[in-house]
Design a binder for this molecule. Structure first.
Ligand SMILES: Nc1ncnc2c1ncn2[C@@H]1O[C@H](COP(=O)(O)OP(=O)(O)OP(=O)(O)O)[C@@H](O)[C@H]1O
Ligand SMILES: C[C@@](O)(CCO)CC(=O)[O-]
Ligand SMILES: [Mg+2]
Length: 395
């Protein structure tokens, strides 16, 4: 039997980086997904390996189960969601190093490490084949690491005894609240391996979908009938979220009082953004007024992100370009390159939008219009359930 899971990427409308330091942030899922399929070999396969295939980069990693057992002689599983210890990280690092990941893809080592931790923590030293493909650009601020960790956790848990599943359901299905919480907790452990010190907002919005306000681990699901349309522009400048998060923490150590003021200001911006998004919409004028406030708050947040040191020349170029059309832009995600958001007011003509996109693409940037606020993680089954897989436990 095989399970497939898919998890969405995300945009952060306000509050990135400050959210790591306790401020509120507002995020929304986007309709670009990472897909993970997972299956256990049948006796006929005679396959005693654990493998991870990354289709987008045409790379496959495979370990004989005997090698996994040798690396983890004292493995306990399943365990409740827990962080990978430094000692275990070293054991996993030896397994990853053996795969000789090409230098150009070395950033994937963190993702492969997260896969090994999540899979072995829940299934132990068991042969399996995982296949991953994604619509999200890696390392670009759209939550590729979170979508990877959420889809992986969902697929791994859907084939475990920790989760109650309906095998008869055809097509994508959503988890119950308890299962979603478990998926999110395990995904957060994966994000810790990739991000270093994540806030949890990325995996949370990828798990639950829609729009959320997030502060110090607390989730508020935002109900909105405000049409939010954002142009996402990819600077195509690669960067590493873990390093950027660390750089903001280092600046905070150097300027504690000033950075505390920055984080407090971002907290106010995020709370105001959440209030605007949730406030009732009476008419077009009300929408335009809300959009003007939102645009100003995005501009203010971008200024504070520049204070944190996470903007980039390519981001500034996009800011200047969209300003010519009186549009507001802010970076989204960790910054340092990656993607930026430009608010597209409801009354803005399609002709102007086309001009803005043409202008940006002339500069070598890549533009996309993604749906905002869709579903979170979903999963589906294919093939006849192997009763032995759940010991006949179908409920
Ligand atoms: N489809 C994938 N397959 C394997 N690893 C992945 C995949 N997507 C993301 N990763 C892992 O996540 C890393 C990118 O995560 P990073 O947090 O730096 O960027 P991001 O999540 O795209 O941006 P942000 O965190 O700012 O939203 C990759 O280098 C890789 O280790
Ligand atoms: C930069 C950051 O705030 C968001 C990255 O998408 C990091 C985090 O919250 O984990
Ligand atoms: Mg990430």
């Amino acid at each position: 039997m095989e399970v497939r899971a898919r998890a969405p990427g995300k945009i952060i409308v306000a509050g990135e980086h400050a959210v790591v330091h306790g401020s509120a942030a507002v995020a929304a899922s986007i309709d670009l997904y990472t897909y993970v399929s997972l299956r256990f070999p049948t006796p006929a396969d005679n396959d005693e390996t654990l493998s991870l295939q990354l289709k987008d980069v045409s790379l496959e990693f495979s370990w004989p189960i005997a090698r996994i057992k040798e690396a983890f002689p004292n493995l306990e599983n399943p365990i409740p969601p827990s962080s990978c210890s430094l000692e275990t990280l070293k054991l996993i690092a030896s397994l990853v190093d053996e795969q000789n990941i090409p230098e150009a893809n070395i950033g994937l080592a963190a993702g492969v490490t997260a896969f090994l931790w999540l899979f072995t923590s829940i299934h132990g030293c068991k042969p399996a084949k995982a296949v991953v493909n994604s619509e999200l650009p890696l390392g670009s601020g759209l939550g590729s690491s979170a979508a990877f960790c959420v889809a992986l956790s969902a697929a791994i848990l859907a084939l475990s005894d920790s989760v109650t599943m309906d095998f008869s359901h055809q097509g994508w299905q959503v988890f119950g609240e308890n299962e979603l919480e478990l998926v999110n907790k395990w995904a957060f452990e994966g994000e810790k391996i990739i991000h270093g010190k994540p806030s949890g907002i990325d995996n949370t919005v990828s798990t639950y979908g829609n729009m959320i306000k997030f502060k110090s681990g607390d989730l508020t699901r935002l109900k909105t009938n405000m049409p939010l349309k954002m142009l996402i522009t990819n600077t195509k400048v690669g960067r590493n979220t873990k390093a950027l998060v660390a750089s903001v923490s280092e600046r905070t150590l150097r300027h504690p009082t000033a950075m505390a003021s920055v984080f407090t200001a971002v907290d106010s911006i995020s709370n105001e953004v959440a209030a605007i998004i949730q406030s009732p919409v009476s008419d077009d004028l009300a929408i335009t007024e809300k959009e003007e406030k939102l645009a100003e708050l995005m501009e203010m947040n971008q200024g504070l992100l520049q204070c944190m040191g996470v903007s980039h020349a390519s981001i500034e170029t996009i800011l200047r370009t969209t300003l010519k059309y009186k549009l507001s832009t802010k970076l989204t995600g960790a910054g340092g390159g990656g993607c930026v958001l430009t608010l597209l007011p409801t009354l803005l003509s399609g002709t102007v939008v086309d001009k803005v996109i043409a202008d940006l693409e002339t500069c070598g940037f890549q533009c996309l219009l993604a749906g905002i606020g869709g579903n979170g993680v979903e999963f589906s089954y294919s093939g006849i359930p192997d009763i032995g897989a759940n010991g006949g436990n179908l409920s």
